[in-house]
Design a protein around this ligand. Structure first.
Ligand SMILES: [Zn+2]
Length: 501
């Protein structure tokens, strides 16, 4: 069993120099193409003094808690086991799916699973083995904060959840009581999280590694839409908070010591707005299945509906890529005709369901001229294998980092933890599928273009209607680390297929 630190936090006495060597700032849902010198001057200036990653990837499924878990484990869902924002864990609750956004639910699940909610070692565990420690400040959901803290293995100061509980006194002493004033933009919560990072995490807990989660622009853009005035003001506000973080580090003399990674957990797309199309497609099968995010679990005794579910999904224009179990572990194509395998999506975990489905997408532009549309319900959001949901932000600056550079080399959220271990003089854990981002460092060899391998997996089928469905998954690989770039679906109706001459 993994070691769990539930002891009271050690509150360090005031000291001249904090220990902090690495800070990860997660700006929820920040699309890199929306960072500009006028809208987000602090982010732009931060990128200009370090490296701007031009090919950063969210982990698939491109939702918040899958990526929070990737950041703290250095691995994707096939290893860390958090398969979507809602998960089905019969060992914890066989009747209902669990909301990974609820910290109390996640804490209980972790306890029932004997601290194996995350099924690989976490960064706090790996740091502790080397006498180092991590702490988290967050204005995201309590569940995302709990997962980001390695399922509570690191101290966490979330706006609605503080662990260990003994830390609550310190938080109240330093920051005063918190009135939960959730808003859009989420100004009060984000400012509170930055205060928690500077005055509780750095000044009191004094960790070697810290993570800060800011809930905007995601929180606001979900409701108001990408490029709306409200989402724009959320980006400007969160940018000012990033400015406060940068100034707070400088004021503590940390510029020459602390490497800062600014990432987003996923990208963002404009959405269909209608009643959930995927739910409508699956409605005829409701009595046979359990749905957890984009995952479909067949109830026991209902295995025979699998082909029918897959074909119904493939026939629906709202549906993009469909994934099923591969026949063999390494197969990129799924067992059901016209599907990709779970392995292709790095989703092949013992907790996986029977089908994983991604909504369809297009390059279509919205009213604010921002490209990227998906068939998911709602105003705007993320979660698909669209390149607009996958492409995320990476800005890195610090003492050993190249200055004023950009990188087109693929990176992902699972690369951050191994890179932090490396800059602290360690090596990535065997459980990590992410790689050390050597190309960011001044004194390390850049990744040669020839080392980036591009490949694609294709699956196709002809449906009973005569419609031909074809899905292509594009991926990039560096060494043993594989990045899902996008999936593209084509449907040709029988009428469009010309007989061969
Ligand atoms: Zn998110």
């Amino acid at each position: 069993m993994l070691g769990v630190a539930h002891a009271a936090p050690t509150v360090a006495p005031a000291r001249a120099q904090p220990r902090l060597r690495a800070l990860v700032v997660i700006v929820d849902g920040l699309r890199p193409d929306l960072i500009t010198t006028t809208r987000t001057p602090h982010l732009a200036a931060f990128g200009a003094r370090g490296v701007v990653g031009g090919a950063h990837h969210a982990i698939v499924p491109t939702v918040t808690r899958v990526n929070a878990s990737a950041l703290v484990t250095g691995a994707g869902p096939s290893r860390h086991g958090i398969l979507d924002n809602t998960i089905f864990l019969p060992a914890v609750d066989s009747a209902r799916v669990l909301d990974t956004g609820n910290g109390a639910v996640m804490e209980r699940a972790d306890s029932i699973l004997e601290h194996r909610l995350l099924t690989v070692p976490t960064l706090p565990d790996l740091l502790a083995a080397r006498g180092l420690r991590m702490a988290v400040a967050s204005s995201g959901s309590s569940g995302s904060a709990f997962l980001l803290a390695g399922a509570g293995r690191a101290p966490l100061v979330n706006t609605t959840m503080v662990r260990p509980r003994a830390l609550e006194t310190v938080v109240t002493q330093r920051l005063g009581p918190y009135e939960a004033l959730e808003g859009a933009p989420n100004l009060v919560a984000n400012a509170r999280a930055v205060d928690a990072l500077l005055r509780v995490v750095i000044d009191s807990l004094d960790p070697d590694v810290a993570m800060l989660w800011l809930s905007d622009p995601d929180h606001t853009a979900h409701r108001a839409g990408l490029g709306s005035m409200l989402a724009d003001s959320a980006m400007r506000a969160v940018d000012r908070e990033v400015g406060r973080v940068v100034a707070g580090l400088a004021g503590r003399g940390l510029d020459a010591q602390t490497t800062v990674f600014i990432v987003s957990d996923h990208g963002f797309s404009t959405q269909a707005g209608r009643e959930a199309p995927l739910r409508q497609v699956l409605a005829p099968f409701r009595s046979s299945i359990v749905e957890a995010g984009g995952a479909v679990y067949l109830r026991s005794g209902h295995e025979q509906v699998l082909d029918s579910i897959v074909q119904t999904l493939q026939a629906s224009p709202a549906v993009g890529a469909v994934f099923t179990h591969g026949a063999r572990p390494g197969d990129l194509v799924g067992r059901s005709p016209g599907t990709l395998s779970f392995a292709a999506a790095d989703w092949a975990h013992a907790r996986a369901g029977d089908v994983l489905v991604s909504a369809n997408w297009s390059h279509e532009r919205n009213a604010a001229d921002i490209p990227g549309w998906t068939a998911l319900a709602g105003v705007a959001g993320h979660g698909t294998t669209s390149p607009y949901d996958i492409r995320a932000t990476l800005l890195v600056a610090g003492p050993g980092i190249r200055r004023g550079d950009t990188s087109a080399v693929p990176t992902a959220n699972s690369d951050i933890a191994p890179t932090i271990l490396s800059l602290l003089g360690g090596r990535p854990a065997p459980s990590m599928s992410g790689r050390v981002l050597d190309e960011l460092f001044r004194n390390r060899a850049p990744v040669a273009a020839t080392r980036v391998r591009r490949d694609s997996a294709v699956a196709s089928t002809t449906l009973p209607s005569g419609m031909r469905y074809r899905v292509t998954l594009h991926a990039s690989t560096i060494g043993r680390t594989r990045y899902v770039d996008s999936t593209v679906v084509r449907r040709d109706s029988a009428a469009m297929l010309r007989p061969a001459h």
